[in-house]
Structure formats: C-alpha cells, structure tokens
Design a binder for this molecule. Structure first.
Ligand SMILES: [Zn+2]
Length: 159
C-alpha cells in the first residue's frame, strides 16, 4: 500500500506543535498520511509535503466526525521511523509553515511556498541578519516601483 494511516501518536505531536507554535491552525482539520513511495525533488529526497484539499479531495478526505480535511500532510515513512522525536517535530513544524490562512470565507486554507532560498554557508554567515533578503527585496521594490511600494521605515523592517 502506498499510503498508510499514521496512528494517534503523530497526531498528538502535531497538536502539540499547533498549540505551541502554529496557533493560527487550531481550527484547521489536517490529515496525516505515510507515503511509502520515495519522492525526489531535484537530487534531494522529499521528507514531507502538504497540500490543501480541493473540492474533489474534500469529498473523499473526511474525518471521523464527517468533516472534510482542510489539508493533507504526507510523510516518508521509512525516514520518519529513523528520526528522533525532536527531528520529527521539526518536520511537522516545517510542513505546517506551508499552511496559510487567507481572508476567503469559503476557502481560507491555502498553501504558501518557502520564504527563503539559501545556502548552508550563508546561514552562519548571516545569522545576525537572517532576513537580509527580505530587507533588500523591500529596498529593490522601493527603488524600482516607488509608486506601489512605500519605502518601509526601519520600524517596519525590524520584526
Ligand atoms: Zn517545505
């Protein structure tokens, strides 16, 4: 079987992460499945992925209370079983970062891509200024598109 139920322990772990660190997802209904198929993105293995359910999926992906799931998270089972608990939480935390709640009343649960793309060597190098690319992006926007982008003041940048 390609997809497998993950069991309660992982759901408890996800609930803990949501309660402590992703509180905007408290009302979201999230299904977690083990995916037994190896998946690669470029030359890297995909440890986990998450998608929001469309109308078609919602018809099938229903929890025990008859409520449709808003998201489905897929986890590579073989990898998961070799991770310690802290790493498992890191993976769940990461996948939940992809969940974005929009203003839409009918379909608020969206997916967002990664905010940064980086190199390992940069992480230490720029540790004092981890949001440098976002900061410079705002500078670029204020230079190239001053009509639509007010130059942010320092207070707005300093989150
Ligand atoms: Zn990701």
């Amino acid at each position: 079987m390609r997809f497998e139920d993950v069991g309660n322990q992982i759901y408890h772990m996800m609930e803990e992460v949501i309660t402590n660190e992703h509180t905007h997802l408290v009302g979201a209904s999230i299904c977690i499945m083990f995916d037994n198929k190896k998946r690669k993105s470029g030359d890297r293995y995909v440890l986990g992925r998450i998608k929001s359910t469309n109308d078609e999926l919602k018809a099938f992906a229903v929890n025990e209370n008859g409520q449709s799931y808003d998201y489905i998270m897929y986890i590579d089972k073989e990898v998961w079983l070799r991770l310690d608990e802290e790493d498992q939480k890191k993976l769940i935390y990461h996948e939940l970062c992809h969940c974005k709640i929009s203003d839409s009343e009918t379909a608020p649960y969206k997916i967002q891509g990664h905010e940064i793309e980086t190199f390992y060597s940069e992480i230490d190098r720029n540790s004092e200024d981890p949001r440098w690319a976002e900061r410079m992006g705002l500078i670029a926007a204020s230079v190239h598109d001053p009509e639509n982008n007010e130059a942010p003041n320092e207070g707005e940048l300093d989150e």
